[in-house]
Design a binder for this molecule. Structure first.
Ligand code: AMP
Length: 288
């Protein structure tokens, strides 16, 4: 059966009220579309935890900087709908920008400190846009549970914190990163890569695995690990490092020593395509 696409706030609210009145719990999977197996893993998680699943598809202009790829971001609604049909989705919410942001929209959600490092440093205003759209989606759907990917680790941490700080009704869940067979984290932006860049891109996964292994062997000095990663990435023609950082998993502040659960995170341009990836490091018992 074709998954229905709803485009207005009024209609999605009416449809979800009916579902709630029938005693169903609502699961929300917020996306920007161009869906892949990373997204469908979130839909599966939503299906296991709830009995009415809404996938939102909205390329949120507020989270793109002026020189970023908002205009060329892939918009593939018909293919997305087919993927949603295949995995089992109750409704797709795909509003136009004008339905989400009125011309006189003036209210934004900002988060302190957690957004300062990593992607927050290189994409000013990005997390303000993310928090605002996610809070809007939570308010529009009143979902019981919402599902996000560890692939965007800083985003996930920020949204967990927003949900706690603002006493949100919707519970935030973070699901593991889904990867291609060669380790490349699935991303809607992977389709921008040329064949040569696609061939190089799994280096991100390999270097993160290398860090994980070094930490397992007892290395604790962040600068030693970061310097080596930068050296390896510099060696690849056509790439530009945005950041390589090791931060406290909870506070997202850079660490000198890995003496607590940490996150190694990288952002690298392959040509004009910026890819991110991360791995969790546990100095006590190596996770993941
Ligand atoms: P996006 O459409 O890129 O905004 O992503 C929508 C959601 O899917 C976010 O919560 C992402 O973290 C999640 N996601 C994207 N790629 C992956 C992946 N490879 N594995 C798991 N979750 C992912």
């Amino acid at each position: 059966m074709k998954t229905e696409v709803i485009t207005t706030v009024g209609e999605i609210r009416d449809r979800l009220k009916i579902a709630r009145d029938e005693g169903k719990s609502i699961g929300l999977v917020p996306t920007m579309g161009a869906l892949h197996s990373g997204h469908t893993s979130l839909i599966h998680a939503a299906r296991s935890a709830t009995n009415f699943v809404v996938v939102s598809i909205f390329v949120n202009p507020a989270q793109f900087g002026p020189t970023e790829d908002f205009e060329r971001y892939p918009r593939t609604l018909e293919a997305d709908r087919q993927l949603c049909d295949a995995v089992g989705t109750d409704l797709i919410f795909a509003p136009p920008v004008s339905e989400v942001y009125a011309p006189n929209h003036r209210t934004w959600v900002d988060i302190e400190t957690l957004g300062e490092q990593l992607c927050g440093a290189s994409r000013p205003g990005h997390f303000r846009g993310v928090c605002t759209i996610v809070l809007k989606l939570f308010n529009i759907t009143m979902a019981d549970h919402a599902f996000f990917g560890q692939k965007d680790a800083q985003q996930a941490r920020i949204l967990e914190k927003m949900a706690t700080d603002l006493n949100l009704f919707t519970q935030v869940h973070v699901c593991p990163t889904v990867r291609e067979a060669d380790g490349l984290a699935m991303s809607s932006r992977n389709r921008y890569l040329s064949p040569a860049e696609r061939y190089q891109a799994p280096v991100l996964y390999r270097t993160l695995q290398w860090i994980k292994e070094e930490v397992r062997r007892g290395e604790r000095e962040c600068h030693t690990l970061i310097d080596e990663i930068k050296r390896r990435l510099f060696a690849i023609p056509g790439t530009r490092i945005d950041y390589v950082q090791i931060v406290d998993s909870n506070l997202l502040k850079p660490l000198i020593q890995i003496d607590r659960p940490a996150l190694a995170a990288v952002a690298v341009f392959f040509g004009s395509t910026r890819l991110i990836d991360n791995v969790q490091l546990d100095p006590v018992s190596p996770g993941e």
